[in-house]
Design a protein around this ligand. Sequence first.
Ligand code: SAH
Length: 346
Amino acid sequence: MQHLLAGGWSSADWFEKHGYPSYRNQQLASWIFQKRATDFTQMSDLPGALRQELARDFRLWTSDVVSAQRSDDGTEKLLLQWPDGGRIECVLLRDGTRRSICVSTQVGCAMGCVFCASGLDGVDRNLSTGEIVEQMLRLQQKLPASERLSHLVVMGMGEPLANLDNLLPALELANQESGLGISSRRITISTVGIPQAIRRLADRHAHFHLAVSLHAPDDELRNRLVPVNRNIGLDDLLSASDYYFEVSGRRLTFEYVLLAGVNDKETHAHGLVRLLQRRSALLNVIPYNPVAGLPFQTPDRRAIQQFRVILENGGLNVRFRRRKGDRINAACGQLRRSRAVDTGER
Ligand code: SAH
């Protein structure tokens, strides 16, 4: 039996081989992406025999929902397990009229950022296109029929630019009208910053929004917080980011997780001003979401405020993000980790 979402959307050949007109494939897609069907039996305008054949040849879902949590602010988080035992997380966030989803691209992560829960055990494997799309659909099913997904962020577990070949077809489906219909301006890829892959993305798919996880204003500190930086360096990262901006014409976002006493001092804020003031970019400052067992803390309000004033006086475009869903471990990798600690597995 084949996964219907394998490779993104794989049923066109099947319809042809079984002698069905191609509009049947479009009907099927509309049931899954727009009408949010969870089962072939619900697809009432497909002939009964076709529904049975589809159920015989295709699996719609390949993951098990190990855990589903909802917090008071409407954030919902799923922990999914694939048949090989690999587990990942994905999240639905509600904010005013926004309905955003956050998806994972790898089981684990190889980047090793020292404050992040996802990479503590390294990476197991890339997710397939179908596994990425399955997360989107499972989250969309949490919405009432009257609501639509408006935003997609690729900020879950894993490094998206290390799995671009599987990710891009999934994002195209998210973007297409016949898919989830999310505008490409509202699709954000968050990356630790792999210059080669940023350039490749710029040359092929510059219509998505790019967010670069910066976390430090200089190489010395970034090497410590984001160990892959030792092979990259800020110069190359920023020149690749500038190239993405030139090609796409879209303002980039830089992300900065604020860690008390580590990267939240005045000198760091001034360093950021020097680095970013001539760039057309948004600096998104995120208070650290504590991870059990890691030695980092969220700065207090005063420290955050001081940091903010320097950035604003330096003319940077800044946004200080509220923490959403922190009570359900919505920072990447945390739910999987807490479950693993509970049960003694990874
Ligand atoms: N690998 C990609 C995408 C996944 S992480 C990247 O590095 O961008 C998404 C964002 O969450 C990154 O900016 C990451 O640094 C940040 N992050 C990781 N752990 C966090 C934590 N405990 N609290 C706050 N942000 C965190």
